[in-house]
Design a binder for this molecule. Sequence first.
Ligand code: IMO
Ligand code: MG
Length: 345
Amino acid sequence: MNSTKNTIKKNMIKYADVIVDLQAGDTGKGKVAHFLSSKEEEYTHVVRYNGGGNAGHTIYHKGQKIVTHFIPIGFAYGLKSVIGLGCVINVDDLFKEIEDIESKGLDVRKFLKIDKRAHIITSEHVLEENIESKIGTTKKGNGPAYRDKYSRKGVRAGDEPKLQEFIIDIHKEFYGDKEIKILFEGAQGFELDIDWGDYPYVTSSHCTVGGAILNGVPPKYIRNTVGIAKAYSTYVGNKNFEGDDPVFQNIRELGNEYGATTGRARQVNWLNLDVIKTAIDINGVNHLIINKLDVIEEIGVFKLYYRDKLRKFANCDDFCFFIISELQNETNKIKIEFSKSPLTV
Ligand code: IMO
Ligand code: MG
C-alpha cells in the first residue's frame, strides 16, 4: 500500500503566462519576455511555442545585445529555456546561436531543453525557400518544414543525434513532482498567424494563445495573456503595406525598423486599432503593452486606424486616451501600459 502511495505524483503546474504579439511581429516580445523572466521566483520555465529561425528577438541583457532566433530568453536568468513541440529547428543554426550566446559569457547549454516532438528544418527545406518565396518569407525553411510535418514526412528533434543532450519530454517535465511556473514566449504575430493572419502573407505556425496551449499546457493553467503591440505598425514581406506618407521613413529610422533576422527594411504604417481589438478578442488578452511610444512622440504625429478610417490626434495624451477608452470596457478589463523606452534590466 505504502509504495503505491509514494509513486503517486502531483500535477504541479502552478500557472502559465502567455506572451502574444498582436501585430505582424517585431513588437518587442523578446524584451517583454526578458523583463518578465527577471522577476525573482516568478517563473521556472520560459517556453517558445511556435516558429523557428524566422523569429528575431533583440534583447539587451545587462547592457549586452543578444539576438535570439530559436532559444527563449529564460537562460539569462537561470530559468529553463524550452523549445516546445510547436517549433521547428535548424540544427546548425541552433548551434551557431548557442555559440553566439556563449561568446557573451552566458551559459545556455545548461538551461536549454527541447521537446522530442519539435520538428527539424533540413538543408533541403532552406534550399527550397531560397529558390522560390513568393510571399517574401525569411527563407529559413519554416514553411517547407511545417509542410513536411503535416504531410507526415518530417523528422523530429528526438531522432536527431546532435540534439540528444537537450531532449526532454514536455509531459514528464511539466507533470512531475516539482512546482512549474511557465512563461510562454511567442514568435511572429497575429497578422502573420497561419489561420488568423492576412493569408497568404502569413507564417506557417500558430501565433495565438492557441499555439501556446498545444505545447502541453491546457487552458485551466493560463493566468495572464500578455498582448504586445507597437504604437505604429510594421510588416516585413512582399505585400504592399506602407502608405504614401514620407513620415514612415522617419519612423523606420528612428525606430530602427530593420529585420533582426534578414536585415530587410520593415514597411511602416499607423497603428491599426481594429486589428488590435480583434487580436485581443481572439487571444483573451488581459494585459496589453504598447511599445515604442517614444518613437511617434519624437516624430510628433499621432494617427491610428479605427473602424477602417484614419484618425488624427492633437497630442500623445489624446492618442493614448483614445486607445484606452476604446479597449477598456465594463466586461473586458484589460491592464494597459505604454512603454516609452526599451524594457531593459
Ligand atoms: P518575430 O518573432 C516579423 C514574416 C516574413 C514573411 C512571413 C512568412 O521576430 O516577430 P516565414 O519565414 O515565417 O515563412 O515568413 O512572415 N515573418 C516575420 N516578420 N517578425 C518575425 O518574427 C517574423 N517571422 C516571419 O517576413 O512575411
Ligand atoms: Mg523580430
